[in-house]
Design a binder for this molecule. Sequence first.
Ligand code: SF4
Length: 364
Amino acid sequence: MSEIRHNWTKEQILDIYNKPLMDLLYEAATTHRLHHDPNTVQVSTLLSIKTGGCPEDCGYCPQAARYHTDIEGNDLMNVQQVKAQALRAKSSGSSRVCMGAAWRNVKDGEEFDQVLEMVRTINKLDMEVCCTLGMITENQAERLAEAGLYAYNHNLDSSEEYYKEVISTRGYEDRLNTIDNVRKTNVTVCSGGIIGMGEKIEDRAGMLVALSTLDPQPESTPINALVAVEGTPLEEQQPVSIWEMVRMVATTRIVMPETQVRLSAGRTQMSREGQAMCFFAGANSIFAGDKLLTTPNPDVNEDMKMFELLGLNPQKPFTKKTQPQTVEASDSQYESLGEKPKWSRPEHTIQRNEDAKQKAKAVK
Ligand code: SF4
């Protein structure tokens, strides 16, 4: 087995990313085979449990309230709605449900209690439960763990340097602190990023330095290709080529050999051949369902046809780590602390975010 290194430098990662493609693919596929079953790919379902109206200014996101996009917002779903969707996902081959809420951070109170109940409900369906709810405190992470959460997603998005060009309402350090809070529990960490936001290849390598030098490395890393949505500050970005995606997946696989690498947003722009190359390069998870939070995604039947064609098998739940126990709310050891954590607000000016905000004001 290749060793897990936590001391990758940007230069070393760039050397890997820029290798001749055949060498890169060969090394990534070899690493992948040493650590994973190459014919098994996890199917996860991403569910937007609270859509739109987000106070943050992420330049790629149609859910930010300040931009004008045609996203239909909705309040927090109820537990029964979530259970019905999870059952549907399970019957179509998903072993994991990831629930996303368009929040800056989790606030203690009724809505968070409702999310905890959703976690309990899905864990009892014997599916891996992941949440992406924004920044969380240690106490909130512990309460999620106690409910039976399997993974918490909190993406670094890009390098620390480029992050400032995309988001001004919170700092990179906040992201790392949330990951740290999750790490204090037995919940696994899911963290990755987006390519195609106008960043340099150095920024992609910078993001991989930040992720791979975490100890332990994230158990899961989504690699998204930007889906440029009209009305967002990044609406004019050109789609990334499949070659960039393959290089990013392969490099991620080499520097994080044990991590589940997830092919995430942008799959609708990829051919089956392109996706097959990503699986060969070490991607071993996809998101199923016709929507990825709010952006289009291939139909689940299409994905199953692709699996058949490529001889891939959907991964069973809890193959990497045992199922967490669920503690009922009435037996909880943790109190809601009603904390008001001071997450940062750098609020520097990002011109294209400002322009998109002004445009939205003019439309409204
Ligand atoms: S990415 Fe998340 S935090 Fe950023 S605007 Fe969208 S919903 Fe809000």
